[in-house]
Structure formats: C-alpha cells, structure tokens
Write a protein that binds this ligand. Structure first.
Ligand code: AMP
Ligand code: P6P
Length: 343
C-alpha cells in the first residue's frame, strides 16, 4: 500500500529545534502585558529579510546587479538591490501597522507612517552593497525603539534617539548561509535559515563575544589619514610579540555586517576610526553603529567611538556619521589607550 504521505516533503524533524517564531513568541509570553505588536513587528522584519534574500540570490541572473544610475543622500551610487531592499522593508513595515517612524540609509529623511504606530525602526537595508557585484557577504541591519507617545501623530524627529533607548536590534547576513542575529535586550541569539523550509532555526543561543581575540579588522588603506594614536595602535597590533599573541591576523571584508559578525563570534576588534578624509567617521550612527553597539554590549563586548560609548551619543541628524570601534573588551581597551596617546 503506498504511503499516503509519500508526496509530502519530509516533516520538519523536531530536532530541528526552535524557530525564530517560537523564540519571539516565548519572549512575548515572558513580557508582562505584551499585546503581541512587538512580536508581530519582529516577524514582519523577518519576512522582509526573506524577501530581500530571494532577490539577492537571483541578483546575478535577474539583471539586479549594478547601479540604478541614482545617487543617494550619502552621495553614493544606488545599487538596484539597495533600492529593492529599501522598498521591501518600507512596504512590509508600513503594512504591519506597528511602525510609526521609519529611518533608512536610502531615505533622505525619516518617514512617518500614516498611522500612530507604536515603534520606530531604523535600518540599513543592504549594508556592504558595494560588494554585491563581487559576491561578497552583505546584510540588513536594524534597530527598534519604542515611541515615547504612540498616540501622538508621528514626527520624523522622533528617530533621533540615543542608542541606549534601543529595545531590539539585529542584522541578517546574506552569505554562504543566511543568518539572523537578534537581541531584544536579553542576550544575543543567532538563527540560521533553512531555505527548504523557509524558516530561521535557532543555531546559537546567548552568544558571547570573547574577552580577547586574535584578529583585527580595519581598512589599512586609510593608515596615512589616521591620528598618530591610531597609527601607533595599528603598528603595535601587527608587531611581533609571541607572549602577547601578536601580530594579530588581519581580516577585512568591507561589509560592516560581515566584519562585525566575525568579530562577534571570534573576538578581536573592528575599527573604522575618524580620519583626515572623514573627520566624523564614515559609518552611520543610527542604523549601523547603534544597532551593532547594542548587539555587542548584549554579548559582553564593547562599542565606542574610541573615546565615548556609542550608545550614549545624542544624535542630531538621521545620517549622522561616527567613528566605530567594536569587539572584545580587552582588545578595544588596547585601542582606546593608544588612541588617547596613553601608550
Ligand atoms: P507589545 O505590547 O507587544 O508592543 O510589547 C510591549 C513591550 O513588551 C515591547 O515593547 C517589549 O519591550 C516587550 N515585548 C513584547 N513582546 C516581546 C518579545 N516577543 N520579546 C521581547 N520583548 C517583548
Ligand atoms: P571602506 C559599506 O559600504 C560600508 O558602509 C560598511 O558596510 C563597511 O564597513 C564600510 O562601508 C567600508 O568602508 O571605506 O573600507 O570601503
């Protein structure tokens, strides 16, 4: 007798474990008085990343590589996938009904929804997009904040909140596998997408950034533009000292999501200092540095400008830039000491 289920795909084995959906629902049950809006917002973000992934995967074949011919507010050529990712996130978030304000690297100004949604979502829709055409890892970075008065008409200035007000942050890496890194303030968890099932499954829970690593990540091509303190750090970290475990290995993808993810898992340090060409730094505070800083601090790591805690910075503009140094506690301390001229 034929097995009546033989034409259905094999059931998802229970040992596959916890899905992102299960995990977030458990968080809701543990949150006193939660209505489910936050949970729904997170599941909408997850949906948006899977839609973006579907196009990233096809990019090389579906004429999605290359530029749109437009220049964004950053003065950067807009990649077709940048634009697609941005529009997916905006449409999905607005449809969720939970999002009053949206801030994006690809928007000139923060966008207010037509309804007083409870949350603010800030994102870089496709970080590292200059790497798309060379098939290097790229990703979506996001931060979620609660509006102070969710009943009031949304105002774009509400996006200008310090990173310490973040209640959830994460990034989705589109690489050899698709990985969602998420924290809602109770530690950092990593979920890996099973493309056959279309679900993210918990693959690492309560991730901790090691207190010290053996890799450093920065664009050494900017060396001549750095301050003397940062130059001294760069020369020190690649100097020979077996006892101190130097030289560190150098790794640099040129996608914040990729360089930060490696640093989160393996430890070490990522640095994009201010320099004579970018005196305020290159990376954006609200939707790159802040979400990453929130994640690293939740994982026992550190995120600083080189002298100030990233999450304490008071933003004055949506696309404000900042120097960003993040990673292992001890490695970042070495950097801060050199940058301050104390070593
Ligand atoms: P809500 O009523 O669903 O908008 O949730 C209210 C607050 O409870 C949120 O702003 C979060 O701080 C917390 N919360 C709700 N759901 C979750 C969840 N799934 N995980 C973590 N925190 C949650
Ligand atoms: P550089 C990518 O364009 C990005 O915004 C970040 O993802 C990355 O860390 C940085 O710029 C790389 O900048 O100047 O080294 O190419």
């Amino acid at each position: 007798m034929s097995d009546s289920n033989s034409h259905f795909p094999p059931p998802v084995a229970p040992e596959r474990g916890t899905t992102l959906r299960d995990h977030v629902l458990a968080g809701m049950r543990a949150a006193p008085g939660a209505t489910g809006e936050f949970t729904s917002l997170l599941s909408h973000i997850s949906l948006a990343t899977r839609i973006i992934l579907s196009r990233v995967r096809q990019a090389g074949l579906a004429n999605m590589l290359g530029y749109t011919g437009e220049i964004n507010v950053q003065g950067e050529a807009v990649q077709k996938l940048d634009e697609f990712a941005n529009s997916v996130l905006i449409n999905v978030l607005e449809r969720s009904g939970h999002c009053g304000i949206i801030g994006s690297e690809e928007l000139d100004a923060a966008r207010t929804a037509g309804h007083p949604g409870k949350y603010i979502v800030l994102f870089d829709p496709l970080d590292g997009s200059s790497n798309i055409d060379v098939v290097s890892t790229i990703g979506t970075i996001f931060a979620v904040l609660r509006r102070v008065d969710p009943t009031s008409p949304p105002s774009s200035s509400e996006a200008l909140r310090p990173g310490r007000d973040i209640i959830a942050a994460g990034y989705c890496l589109y690489g050899p596998s698709t990985v969602m890194v998420l924290t809602t303030g109770q530690g950092v968890n990593i979920f890996t997408l099973d493309p056959d099932v279309g679900e993210f499954f918990l693959s690492q829970s309560n991730v901790m950034c090691p207190p010290r690593g053996s890799l450093y990540s920065c664009n050494e091509g900017n060396f001549a533009r750095w301050t003397d303190g940062v130059k001294n750090w760069s020369n020190w970290i690649k100097g020979e000292d077996k006892e101190e475990g130097r030289p560190y290995g150098h790794r640099y993808v040129g996608s914040l999501v990729a360089d930060a993810h490696r640093t989160l898992l393996k430890g070490g340090i990522f640095a994009y200092p201010a320099d004579s060409k970018s005196p305020a730094g290159k990376l954006r505070l609200l939707y790159e540095a802040n979400p990453m800083a929130f994640i690293f601090e939740q994982a026992g790591g550190v995120a600083t400008t080189g002298s100030e805690r990233i999450l304490d910075l008071a933003p004055t503009a949506l696309h404000q830039r900042t120097p960003l140094v993040l990673g292992s506690r001890d490695d970042v301390k070495d950097y801060v000491d050199f940058a301050a001229g104390n070593r």
